[in-house]
Design a protein around this ligand. Structure first.
Ligand SMILES: Nc1ncnc2c1ncn2[C@@H]1O[C@H](COP(=O)(O)OP(=O)(O)OP(=O)(O)O)[C@@H](O)[C@H]1O
Ligand SMILES: [Mg+2]
Length: 231
């Protein structure tokens, strides 16, 4: 459902992503792996349309996204959960969730129910300010907000960064449910290898902006981990 072909990205003179080509099958969870600074966030932002100077093709259900602005990518069914969550700290939980539908102008009340059933803690805290939530709750809120547009594809950038283990586990379960029950496809940047192996069906490894390996998750060997992921 997502086919990336010879994707290159530049920050001014700095060539960040080099000829990346990979496919994400429908209902898969692809983990983007790689050490710090190799271009994982830049890749997510390039798929979402948030970086300038991208060449190559990004096909989403066969349509080329490269020339489209971020808003139309969002409306065509791509949700984005940025690294660091970017919750509105002064808005309530409920208001934060509602901002997820602004691009569309209305919201689907069934999706609202689904979001609260996936994250019951958000239902109990709906009038609390976003800034008062724990890191793990904010991450759940960021996922909930992205789900309101009913995306077919969700991009998540390090959703488990700085979060306590019990909530990491819950987020893993939610990602699996989204793929298996809600017919969604997920691309996730992840540094925790055990988590990647648990939720991911496929992986790609980046090193200095280049694709070094890709495949089904069971092909992620100890040699690849040693060579490209251990610090
Ligand atoms: N807005 C920007 N302008 C110029 N260079 C940037 C910009 N954002 C990132 N870079 C550079 O591009 C490279 C890739 O950064 P990116 O944030 O995509 O890496 P990352 O793999 O997500 O890192 P991390 O694991 O720390 O989140 C780095 O060298 C970074 O310094
Ligand atoms: Mg990053």
């Amino acid at each position: 459902m997502l086919n990336v072909n010879k994707l290159n990205q530049f920050y001014g003179q700095s060539h960040t992503l080099w000829d990346l080509s990979f496919d994400v099958p429908k209902n898969a969870c692809l983990c983007v792996l790689g050490r710090n600074g190799v271009g994982k966030t830049t890749l997510m932002q390039s798929i979402m349309g948030l970086t300038a100077s991208v060449t190559g093709d990004i096909l989403f259900n066969g349509d080329n996204l490269v020339a489209q602005p971020a808003e139309s990518r969002a409306l065509s069914g791509i949700g984005y959960i940025p690294q660091g969550r970017q919750i509105f700290s002064q808005l309530s939980v409920q208001e934060n969730i509602r901002t997820g539908c602004f691009a569309k102008g209305n919201f689907n009340s069934e999706m609202w129910d689904r979001v609260y059933s996936l994250f019951p803690v958000l239902a109990t805290m709906k009038n609390r300010r976003g800034g008062d939530l724990s890191g793990g709750q904010q991450q759940q809120l960021a996922i909930a907000r992205a789900l309101m547009l009913e995306p077919q594809l969700i991009l998540m950038d390090e959703p488990t960064e700085g979060i306590q283990p019990t909530i990491v586990q819950q987020i893993g379960e939610i990602i699996k449910q989204l793929c298996d029950e809600d017919n969604m496809t997920v691309v996730i940047v992840e540094q925790k290898l055990a988590f990647a192996r648990q939720v991911g069906t496929h992986f790609i490894i980046l090193d200095r902006g280049r694709l070094m390996a890709s495949g089904e998750m069971n092909l992620l060997s100890d040699e690849l981990v040693q060579k490209y992921l251990t610090v």
